[in-house]
Design a protein around this ligand. Structure first.
Ligand code: ADP
Ligand code: ZN
Ligand code: ZN
Length: 709
């Protein structure tokens, strides 16, 4: 055995709250560069770790403990770069998680299980079909429109970060493609990161990037990174990005942590999408980290959306007389649709004037019927899956409540089940009321399954131009569970097999449907009265995105001699959200919302964080938060003078899977003060948790910049 000669500090995933420092020290027979991947003993196990910079080592070896030697080095892999380590360290600090946890979660899962010799074998495998790019067999890019070209030129010459504020169908994707191409052609080692909200929803995008870039930069140039991939696939993409073979990584939020030593440009498509926020573990915002990473690594950052988040909109405000600085981002606008296509005309139906229980108002039904008869497609949106949200007994008032959650079990007619969408608890639909035995049980409210059924009845006599009956399809989380089924169903829509597509928000996002000319939101009002201050913003974005699925092919619209429409059925048709939708006026909507937010000192004019506690009882959950708050005040923690701590409250859905949930909100006009406070509070929370009176606590977590409060 070699005599250990150096100490290395290793980041690894230690059990959370184990009290062990962020980095553990090991002995190594030779010095190892920071970023080197190693296998080290931890307790009785052997785990993957990343050699970290010595100056960041915090954990002290306990007195008298012998330093254990590392077990092996993953040879053949370049060390993870310093910018990558800095990104991980920043994310851990900012989102209040352990460094090792974030570092290891950022690596492909399979890397954790590979022994050095197994990895060496993987690396020796020659990459298949890397035939070098030959630009001449690339499909030549289409000419940019004037708007696209002016935006491209500014992105090329300025440093950003940029908000590309482009209408749905304005050709944002083409701009991304050009900017990426330019960056990659300027430097043979340059790499691009392109993030999308949910890759499964946009198989088209992957194809567009591959078609464009594989001929130019080689068949290995474009790789994907998302959770729908198998572990071996993810490892393969990750290695390709890490080694520089891959020039473009196309991925979901997790891709923000990809190792990209040559990173020169980051694109965040549909930057407003809530799925960029991770909702477990380190609750990071991939969009916000992209901005940070771009600045640190000297890469351009391009955020794109037709309905930007209010945070991004505010950050990209142009300078004015009163505000000569303006925001930190550069706002670039592309208001026109490609081919001079018009945005959907918005038609509001006042549901107060319709028969009481109608799902489809008469004028909407007539409009859909007409479109089917002309061979055009329609899309009907309802953000609730299942047949009905609850079953109800007319005699005794029983409701299909989940026994484990403070929520109803949803009625699914297709398989005759009642299913809880929070904990998954499923039972057969009872024939009679479980409480009083009455057979008189009905469903209340409606979901996509019911919509599909009703439309089938209502359109049963309607024929398409070829005299065949109208065809209805549904796409939601229930119809797309099987791998590949979403792709197959979308393909049916694209090929024109479907006349009316019913679905949840899954169908509203990103798709480049060519023949949809009508989109309808049948029951969008719920979000207007939500207690969540972001609900109007989300509703507006959803409806604008949905409207953007209609009339995307100007030539088709002209040939059909048709106009595209967005229908909204509402009991409050004059609501400002629908007024702004009618005029497609995102700017006016944003201005009104930002004014309210400023007056109420809410984000983006204030910074927030949450601490959530889960326990067997609400009392214990809230008791923990109250005690931790008292401890923070008693210790007069730094930052506290500028942070408001609100009292604990139960979550909207208070109990899930028999666990009671409570949370408390913190708010500050200073992000730095909030960060200082959270860092100081973390150890206090740990200590509070171990007090005997909080024994019933199941877990607690911190959510910085929460999206849902
Ligand atoms: P967005 O991402 O803004 O919704 P896309 O980039 O998907 O829009 O563009 C909408 C459609 O217009 C796509 O089918 C795309 O191929 C086409 N398109 C984009 N730019 C051009 C252009 N310069 N000339 C012709 N067609 C274009
Ligand atoms: Zn009953
Ligand atoms: Zn439940």
């Amino acid at each position: 055995m070699t005599t250990p000669s150096t100490i290395v500090h290793v980041a690894l995933h230690t059990p959370s709250h184990s009290g062990v420092g962020d980095l553990l020290s090991y002995a190594s027979p030779r010095p190892l560069a920071p970023g080197t991947l190693v296998r080290v003993p931890l307790g009785k196990r052997e785990v993957l770790g990343v050699v970290w910079d010595a100056q960041e080592a915090t954990g002290e070896l306990p007195e008298g403990a012998a330093m254990r030697p590392i077990a092996g080095v993953l040879e053949g892999l370049d060390p993870l770069s310093q910018p990558w380590r800095r990104l991980v360290a920043f994310a851990a600090r900012y989102y209040q998680r352990a460094l090792g946890e974030v570092a290891l979660a950022a690596l492909p899962p399979q890397l954790r299980d590979l022994q050095p010799d197994q990895l060496a074998r993987r690396l020796r495998r020659p990459p298949q079909g890397t035939a070098g790019g030959n630009a001449s067999n690339a499909i030549e890019a289409i000419a940019l429109t004037v708007e696209q070209e002016s935006v491209r030129a500014r992105i090329s010459s300025e440093s950003g970060p940029f908000l590309l504020f482009g209408s749905t169908g304005s050709g944002k994707t083409e701009v991304y493609l050009r900017c990426v191409q330019e960056a990659l052609e300027a430097d043979p080692t340059a790499q691009a990161l392109v993030m999308v909200p949910e890759i499964n929803l946009t198989p088209q995008l992957e194809e567009r990037f591959t078609t464009r870039f594989a001929p130019r930069f080689g068949s290995q140039a474009v790789v994907s990174l998302h959770s729908g991939m198998t572990n071996p696939q993810r490892l393969k993409s990750w290695l390709a990005a890490h080694s520089g073979v891959a020039r473009i990584v196309l991925g979901t939020r997790m891709a923000v942590f990809a190792s990209l030593p040559g990173l020169k440009i980051i694109v965040v498509d549909e930057e407003h999408d809530p799925s960029y926020k991770q909702q477990e573990g380190a609750r990071y915002s991939a969009r916000d980290l992209a901005i940070w990473r771009g600045r640190e690594q000297g890469a351009k950052v391009l955020l794109g959306s037709a309905t930007p988040s209010l945070e991004t909109w505010h950050a990209s405000r142009p300078p004015t007389a009163e505000d000569p600085e303006g925001g930190r981002y550069v706002r670039l606008a592309m208001p026109s649709r490609i081919g001079a296509g018009a945005l959907a005309r918005v038609r509001r139906v006042d549901m107060n004037q319709q028969p009481r229980r109608a799902i489809f108002s008469a004028p909407l039904l007539a409009a859909i019927t007409e479109r089917v008869a002309r061979g055009e497609q329609s899309m009907v949106l309802l953000n609730r899956r299942g047949y009905a949200p609850v079953l109800h007994c007319a005699d005794c008032g029983w409701k299909s409540d989940c026994p484990h959650c403070s929520a109803h079990q949803v009625f699914h007619k297709a398989d005759r089940t009642l299913r809880c969408h929070h904990c998954g608890y499923t039972v057969r639909v009872p024939r009679a009321c479980p409480t009083c035995g009455s057979p008189d049980i009905h469903s209340m409210g409606r979901g996509t399954e019911q919509l599909e059924e009703q439309l089938g009845d209502l359109l049963s006599e309607v024929l398409r131009p070829d005299r065949t009956p109208a065809r209805i399809a549904r796409i939601d989380a229930d119809t797309t569970k099987a791998r590949g089924s979403l792709e197959a169903q979308l393909a049916q829509v694209h090929s024109g097999e479907v006349d009316v597509l019913v679905g949840t928000q899954m169908i509203a996002k990103g798709h480049d449907f060519r023949r949809i000319t009508l989109v309808a939101a049948v029951q969008p009002d719920g979000a207007l009265f939500s207690s969540d201050f972001r609900a109007p913003e989300r509703l507006f974005a959803l409806l604008m995105q949905a409207a953007g699925r209609a009339g995307r092919d100007a030539a088709y619209m002209a040939a059909q001699g048709t106009q595209c429409e967005m229908w909204v059925q509402s009991f409050h048709p004059q609501h400002p959200v629908y007024e702004a939708l009618r005029t497609h006026d995102y700017a006016a909507f944003a201005a009104q919302q930002l004014k309210e937010r400023e007056e109420a000192a809410m984000p983006p004019f204030a910074y927030q964080a949450l601490v959530r506690a889960d326990a067997r009882t609400q009392e214990v959950a809230q008791g923990f938060l109250t005690a931790a708050t008292a401890a923070a005040h008693a210790a007069a923690l730094p930052g506290l003078e500028a942070v408001t701590l609100f009292p604990p409250v139960p979550l909207t859905i208070q109990r899930v899977a028999n666990v009671e949930r409570a949370q408390m909100l913190m708010e500050s006009s200073s992000r730095a003060a909030l960060q200082r406070f959270l860092a100081a509070w973390q150890p206090v929370l740990q200590v509070t948790r171990s007090a005997p009176e909080h024994k019933g606590l199941v877990r607690w977590l911190v959510d910085v910049d929460p999206l849902v409060i």
